[in-house]
Design a protein around this ligand. Structure first.
Ligand SMILES: Nc1ncnc2c1ncn2[C@@H]1O[C@H](COP(=O)(O)OP(=O)(O)O)[C@@H](O)[C@H]1O
Ligand SMILES: [Mg+2]
Length: 266
């Protein structure tokens, strides 16, 4: 089973970049305005929430008087919820930037290094969940241009999902392969897997599979962001799975880096 065909969705920017011209400029201005609006909104909301958290911390520290068990429990709930909303705001901002193709490009990015780095960062969570994390990658694999931070964010999410939807004792394999002009990443797990219906929707905003949302936390934005980042680099991401028998996510990137579409480096 496989999710909707890679490259099926064409971003508004890439569509208009085909025609070039003023339509592209108009579209870019509209996107920039939208990002600016979301940046302002999240800044304001973050400020308000930080204020709320500050008071919650004061209560929890006992500075405003002693708390009984129920009060402490309620405050912990508020603390977790505000942290989750702040995370969500950051993710929405991230998504808008990736969708608009805002990349900070570096030359000669070694994807092998990036994979090892990301896996290392995820190893603590994997160990806590009893999941073993393996890497199979060539010594080096260079992309001529890429936004390392963004690519790492995409990979972080896919590896994070693989760990999160696995059981103790399962293995997650992160593989990097290359052809003369492409880099092919895959993240394979032995976890809960996805049904055909779930596979169709996993790259949609706020979508969470029914089994996932029952017991495992999340926002349903991670894969949308990952997809936007991969597509901003001229790549494709898709998934395959047999329910109950794990999932594999594939990322296919051009080693040349993002196509020169007039957006890179914004
Ligand atoms: N490795 C995986 N195994 C099983 N289901 C997955 C996996 N990765 C993603 N999914 C499904 O895709 C949904 C969306 O993933 P994502 O966008 O990362 O959101 P979140 O991790 O916040 O739930 C998940 O809720 C889950 O249903
Ligand atoms: Mg996720």
């Amino acid at each position: 089973m496989r999710s909707n065909a890679p490259g099926e969705r064409e971003s508004p920017v890439s569509r208009s970049s085909a025609s070039g011209t003023s339509e592209l400029r108009r579209l870019r201005e509209a996107l920039d305005e939208r990002i600016e609006f979301i940046e302002d909104m999240s800044h304001e909301l973050r400020g308000g929430l930080t204020f709320v958290r500050g008071y919650v911390d004061l209560f929890l520290a006992g500075t405003l008087g002693p708390l009984d068990e129920r009060q402490e429990h309620a405050l912990r709930v508020i603390e977790r919820r505000t942290a989750a909303i702040i995370r969500l705001l950051d993710q929405m901002l991230s998504l808008e930037r990736a969708r608009a193709g805002h990349l900070e490009l570096c030359a000669d990015v070694d994807l092998s290094e990036l994979v090892h780095h990301t896996v290392q960062a995820a190893s603590v969570v994997a160990a806590q969940s009893g999941v073993s994390l393996k890497v199979d990658a060539p010594t080096t694999c260079f992309m001529r241009e890429a936004d390392c931070r963004r690519l790492q964010q995409a990979l972080d999410n896919v590896i994070g999902n693989a760990i999160k939807f696995s059981e103790t004792g399962d293995e997650v394999l992160v593989k990097l392969m290359e052809t003369p002009d492409r880099a092919l990443l895959s993240v394979q797990d032995q976890g809960i897997g996805m049904t055909a219906d779930e596979l169709e929707h996993v790259f949609e905003r706020f979508y969470r599979g029914s089994r996932a949302s029952q017991k495992i936390g999340g926002s349903g934005l991670g894969l949308v962001i990952s997809r936007a980042i991969v597509e901003a680099h001229g790549g494709r991401i898709w998934a395959e799975s047999v329910p109950g028998d794990g999932a594999t996510f594939h990322i296919d990137l051009p080693k040349a880096g993002p196509a020169d579409n007039g957006r890179a480096g914004d």
